[in-house]
Ligand binder design. Structure first.
Ligand SMILES: NC(=O)c1ccc[n+]([C@@H]2O[C@H](COP(=O)([O-])OP(=O)(O)OC[C@H]3O[C@@H](n4cnc5c(N)ncnc54)[C@H](O)[C@@H]3O)[C@@H](O)[C@H]2O)c1
Length: 271
């Protein structure tokens, strides 16, 4: 079902690792809605080779870039404009990783080198992308930048570890850079706070399956799947959301504003 919502738009989509990735679905939908874009991921993730299937299906070029490396981001934005034939209209930042989570190190005993990496990869990388784009004047007026967040930025989720701190920082970059870029070039910056989703990053969180069921039982609409998240991102890239910026937008089936559900109260979270 296509509405040509992104016809004539050029984009950069980061974070498609495999077909479960939220970014993968965004790329498929952006293609169906008429956009052209480049795909990017860390060189190490590209070695898996999966992304080439997506590139073929969406007729996109893959440009490797470690999102913590400003020089590589510089090349990414430069090359993307060359390949796509003009300035960029939308950017998806769909990047997150915590070495502390990967190594099962508890929050009270964080390894600080890893902690710095988590913040750099999962939050500062958005600042770096925006700073590179602004310096190059790579984005068109009214361009839309979307990143993905999680409600652990606002409330305590013990299993989310230092990723909670990274998401809090990420959402702050959305507001702060959103202000400056909005003033300078009318560029919009928003985060989508997504339900737990079975992806490589999501399933890496300890106790993911139990929590997934719990969140599903709380949310009146159930957990939002990756496909719907992609639909929402497409609307944010489109001209129908032109005046939305500096927001953290919950895409979670109603989870964030539900106190308790009957299922959870009666202890029936199994599905
Ligand atoms: N899955 C969930 O439950 C969930 C919920 C809310 C928000 N999110 C967020 O959605 C985003 C996308 O994650 P996903 O769930 O699709 O999982 P995913 O594992 O498919 O995607 C994460 C991506 O980050 C990339 N990445 C890691 N380090 C990088 C680096 N240095 N440079 C460039 N790219 C790098 C990975 O290669 C991968 O493609 C993340 O920010 C994640 O925190 C996920």
């Amino acid at each position: 079902m296509s509405h040509n919502l992104l016809k004539g738009k050029r984009g950069i989509i980061s974070g498609a690792l495999d077909s479960n990735s939220i970014a993968w679905k965004v790329a498929e939908k952006a293609h169906a809605e008429g956009a052209i874009f480049t795909l990017t991921n860390a060189p190490i993730a590209l070695r898996m080779g999966e992304i080439n299937k997506l590139a073929e299906a969406t007729k996109s070029q893959v440009i490797p870039a470690d999102a913590t490396n400003v020089a590589e981001l510089d090349v990414l934005f430069q090359k993307s404009q060359e390949v796509l034939g003009g300035k960029i209209d939308f950017v998806l930042h769909s990047i997150g990783m915590s070495p502390n989570v990967r190594k099962n190190i508890p929050y009270e005993a964080l390894n600080y080198e890893f902690y710095a990496k988590s913040l750099d990869i999962s939050a500062m990388s958005l600042h770096k992308m925006l700073a590179v784009a602004k310096k190059q004047d790579a984005l068109n007026e009214w361009a839309s930048v979307v990143t993905l967040s999680y409600i652990a930025a606002q409330r305590a989720y013990p299993f989310y570890n230092d990723m909670a701190d990274a998401k809090a920082m990420l959402e702050s970059v959305v507001r702060s850079f959103g202000y400056h870029y909005g003033k300078a070039k009318k560029v919009r910056v928003n985060s989508v706070s997504q339900s737990p989703t079975a992806t490589t990053a999501g399933s890496g969180i300890k106790g993911f399956d139990d929590f997934f069921k719990f969140a599903d039982a709380i949310s009146p609409l159930g957990n939002a799947p990756a496909e719907s998240c992609a639909d929402y991102c497409i609307t944010l890239f489109s001209d129908y959301t032109r005046m939305v910026t500096m927001q953290n937008l919950y895409h979670d089936g109603g989870y964030a504003t539900t106190g308790v559900s009957m299922e959870v109260m009666l202890g029936n979270t199994a599905k």
